[in-house]
Design a protein around this ligand. Sequence first.
Ligand code: FES
Ligand code: FES
Length: 163
Amino acid sequence: MNQNTVQIEFTINGKKVTTNIPSHVTALHVIREIMGLKGSKEGCGIGECGACTIQVDDKAVNSCLMLGAQLHNRDVMTIEGLSKEKKLHPLQEKFIENHAVQCGFCTPGLLMSTHAFLKENENPDRQEITRAIAGNLCRCTGYQQIITSIEAALQDESCRGGE
Ligand code: FES
Ligand code: FES
């Protein structure tokens, strides 16, 4: 380890990892380029689009605005951690069923924001859902299919409580 690298230890998608990273890189860079998890996207790189959203200690955050070093000792979930045993999470199924995925660039970030939101809100109304995903921009869908998918997920027991 030289002066410009730091060692971090964190949990990612349930797995503990220890790695040396350049001290100046973002959490998004660590996830995509060092961990090789390409699901989280870089859209704007300045906290405006939400394409890079991950969960850190159960909260949705823009990983482009976080330093990689800040992941130390944290519990991180990326879109790759949402499906289990190669089976899509029910929330992902609802997005597909309701045509909420078009080009798909925004989808991982939207799913991360929604999944974190549903951990704390079991029965949100349409307005609360709209507010919850306001930080995730989608240039394709016009948002209605996304909101409908989230409402459909609320009818599904397995989507509530962020499971
Ligand atoms: S890439 Fe992080 S908010 Fe746009
Ligand atoms: S589906 Fe294309 S940006 Fe949302």
